[in-house]
Ligand binder design. Sequence first.
Ligand SMILES: Cc1cc2nc3c(=O)[nH]c(=O)nc-3n(C[C@H](O)[C@H](O)[C@H](O)COP(=O)(O)O)c2cc1C
Length: 223
Amino acid sequence: MDTIDAVKTRISTRAYLDEPISRDAVEEILDIARYSPSSSNLQPWGTIVVSGDERRAITDLALNTMMANPKGEDDEYPIYPADLPQQYQDRRAGVGKAMYELMGIERQDEAARQAWAMDNFNFYGAPVAIFFTIDRLHGRNQWASLGMFMQTVCLVAHAKGYGTCMQEIWAMVRKSLHSHLHLPDNEVIYAGMALGVADKSKTINTLRTEREPVANFSRFIGF
Ligand SMILES: Cc1cc2nc3c(=O)[nH]c(=O)nc-3n(C[C@H](O)[C@H](O)[C@H](O)COP(=O)(O)O)c2cc1C
């Protein structure tokens, strides 16, 4: 798979086959992804890879935490700004609507929507989860590098035949997860990522999200 194919055909995979992935296979993906760039080569990322019983324990922890506090835990790093401008709200609503339509979930069916959202915490059935962490002292530039690293992981996994889904929803249980994993105070979990073999028979994996044309986000000067 060449780079252009990889970029154009990667999608967020939200249904997986019950096929384990070996530690070696995950390590190989990370071993390639570590060539991702970062500001001044700081490589400010950390990963925690979980599978098997630990993955299940984390799902249980998240579901219990959400049951106790359906709005999620108070968090110092909110997923979205408080007043998301309309154009972003529209895009966010657009992907949600497209997903629920594909799943055959009615707009009013709050219970079904909630159940589907909670499947995030089961990593959509993926056998492996990767959590991405960063030192609390870092600022937004290093967080950008962490994001690049995550995208590199997704592309490498895709080139190797695996599906992925980045998951910032883990911010909702960030505190509980942090203490469950016994992380030091200075380490922050940014997001999770589901990793596994895509179940291509599932309609949700046919979702192709829209993008703005280049003219809507670019200015060219001096051509
Ligand atoms: C940083 C980041 C966090 C995301 N968090 C979630 C998430 O918590 N749950 C989810 O289902 N998708 C999540 N996504 C997937 C986005 O919804 C998806 O990338 C977007 O709709 C574009 O679709 P595509 O990835 O299929 O191209 C996340 C994506 C990114 C980049």
